[in-house]
Design a binder for this molecule. Structure first.
Ligand SMILES: Nc1nc2c(ncn2[C@@H]2O[C@H](COP(=O)(O)OP(=O)(O)OP(=O)(O)O)[C@@H](O)[C@H]2O)c(=O)[nH]1
Ligand SMILES: [Mg+2]
Length: 218
């Protein structure tokens, strides 16, 4: 009983800070994407491809979340974007207060898009609002077409599904139509992109959509 009460209080505190983060983003007109996925689905690769395509034509910043290391922050810093790394030291998801602290160290002047790369985990990040505009769930074809049914909260709480590693489909038993149908069964409103960060397929469509969202700030 007391465990449930403590958990509720933790979530209430998180939601309160997330609300303040969201107000800050809204006041500054920044569109914020919380990238969530299993470990290795391709979140950082997607950021790399996105910044390659933008070629500094849109001002972006990144908050990286990892259990250990600043490897991902180093990867995206290569593209000249402002980036800050949060190391959770074992924590399996980002929380709103960690993002709030990171924001104090990030120069947001002129930033149109802020990407928050969450810790690789298809369960825990679904329950923690960070104040983002939307969650983007990245699912790689190597994970199998049944994952939306097995991890529904992540797909229910996301607005966009990026199916990554489509270049590997010929070598896998993953059926793209089954995957999409499973995801849309959980959340019919999902916007779906089919991408290969290896070949670059689907990246222009994703970036065009991002440009429009970044410009509108919504
Ligand atoms: N074949 C193929 N490999 C990919 C693709 N996208 C990413 N990879 C590879 O998948 C591995 C993991 O990619 P990352 O971008 O590090 O994945 P991540 O989701 O950021 O991983 P974590 O931050 O550790 O959760 C790397 O070896 C990438 O080169 C793709 O579209 N096709
Ligand atoms: Mg990564």
């Amino acid at each position: 009983m007391s465990v449930i009460t403590i958990e509720r209080k933790v979530l209430e505190k998180n939601d309160d800070i997330a609300r303040r983060n969201r107000e800050l983003f809204r006041d500054r007109g920044i569109f914020v994407l919380n990238l969530v996925s299993s470990p290795g689905a391709g979140k950082t690769s997607l950021l790399e491809r996105t910044f390659q395509q933008f070629q500094s034509s849109i001002k972006a910043a990144v908050i990286e979340g990892d259990v250990q290391t600043d490897l991902d922050a180093r990867r995206v810093a290569e593209y000249g974007v402002s980036v800050i790394q949060i190391v959770t030291l074992g924590g399996c998801h980002l929380e709103a207060n960690l993002v709030q602290d990171a924001l104090k160290q990030l120069n947001l002047d002129g930033v149109e898009l802020l990407f928050i790369e969450n810790v690789g985990n298809l369960v825990c990040p679904a329950g923690y609002d960070l104040g983002e505009s939307i969650k983007v769930v990245v699912l790689s074809t190597t994970e199998g077409d049944d994952k939306p049914l097995k991890y529904p909260a992540m797909f229910r709480n996301s607005s966009v599904l990026v199916i990554n590693k489509i270049d590997l489909i010929p070598y896998l038993d993953c059926d793209l139509n089954v995957l999409k149908n499973n995801a849309l069964q959980i959340n019919p409103a999902l916007k779906v992109f089919e991408i290969s960060c290896k070949t670059g397929a689907g990246v222009p469509e994703w970036c065009n959509w991002l440009r429009q969202r970044g410009a509108s700030g919504l």
